[in-house]
Design a protein around this ligand. Structure first.
Ligand SMILES: O=C(O)c1ccccc1NCC(=O)[C@H](O)[C@H](O)COP(=O)(O)O
Length: 245
């Protein structure tokens, strides 16, 4: 076994769960204690949480008992818009789900760090997730410029929409992932994915996978999650959720 392989089969963290596309029942989903809850701030999505004007009428967190970390999902949005939503919703993470460049990500990171530094009570670091759409092949080297500005990567399936397409990509492509940057696995995950997920979790492709992202595969309608299906799914994942030795 070469040293690269030895290194890549050591997953030391248990996998976390992100439930994305919250709109109609965020509190019920938060009560299941996923580690992350995602809210879509792109008005082309059927899961769009509302216009900034609506949000201004309801400032503060959309989740009453805010245990999970809150993730705002944006698609090629103006940085000022993102920063406004970060404040309104007390976001913990920003997920960039469009064609944002490394320079854009860096500017956003700088802005967030400046705001953190100028807030005397603020040790709250807002993290950046950059999402990438994966087709039949993927050039991981193209991600090198994103390593500095981004805290996490997210791999989703390429499709007609920027996200929420409900389709899977070939997870085995991730065995060629060359970085140590933790990533989220996303795209078309549903209750039917459990067997494949267990296989994935035990494969070297999952070495740097930090979370599983679920969305349309657990919906009663766009933005309303099926909490029964989620509870059963999360139980199964957590039961078999051991880091590799
Ligand atoms: O979910 C959406 O409507 C959406 C729209 C535009 C950009 C991103 C969006 N979702 C972001 C996510 O993180 C989803 O969980 C991810 O795309 C996977 O969705 P699905 O294939 O439905 O599981």
């Amino acid at each position: 076994m070469n040293s690269e392989k030895t290194h890549k089969t050591t997953r030391t963290e248990t996998l976390k769960i992100k439930v994305c596309g919250m709109k109609h029942n965020p509190d019920a989903v938060a009560a299941l204690h996923p580690e992350y809850l995602g809210f879509i701030f792109w008005d082309g999505s059927s899961r769009f949480v509302g216009s900034p004007e609506n949000l201004l009428e309801h400032p503060g967190s959309p989740v009453a008992d805010q245990v999970p970390e809150l993730v705002g999902v944006f698609v090629d949005a103006a940085p000022d818009y993102i920063l406004r939503i970060v404040d309104l919703y007390a976001l913990d993470m920003i997920q960039l789900h469009g064609d944002e460049s490394p320079e854009y990500c860096q500017r956003l990171k700088d802005e967030l760090e400046q705001r953190q530094a100028s807030n005397p009570s603020g040790n709250h670091k807002v993290k950046i997730i950059k999402a990438f759409a994966v087709g039949n092949a993927f050039d991981f080297d193209s991600l090198t410029p994103f390593l500095g500005p981004c805290d996490f990567f997210l791999f989703d399936s390429r499709g007609p929409l920027p996200g929420g397409n409900g389709t899977r990509f070939k997870w085995e492509l991730l065995k060629d992932y060359p970085f140590e940057k933790p990533f989220l696995l996303s795209g078309g995950i549903s209750p039917d994915s459990l067997t494949d997920l267990k296989g994935f979790m035990n494969s070297e492709a999952a070495a740097f996978c930090m979370a599983i992202d679920v969305n349309s595969g657990f919906e009663l309608r766009p933005g309303e999650k099926n909490t029964g299906a989620l509870r059963a799914f999360m139980h199964e994942i957590r039961k078999s959720n051991k880091p590799l030795a």
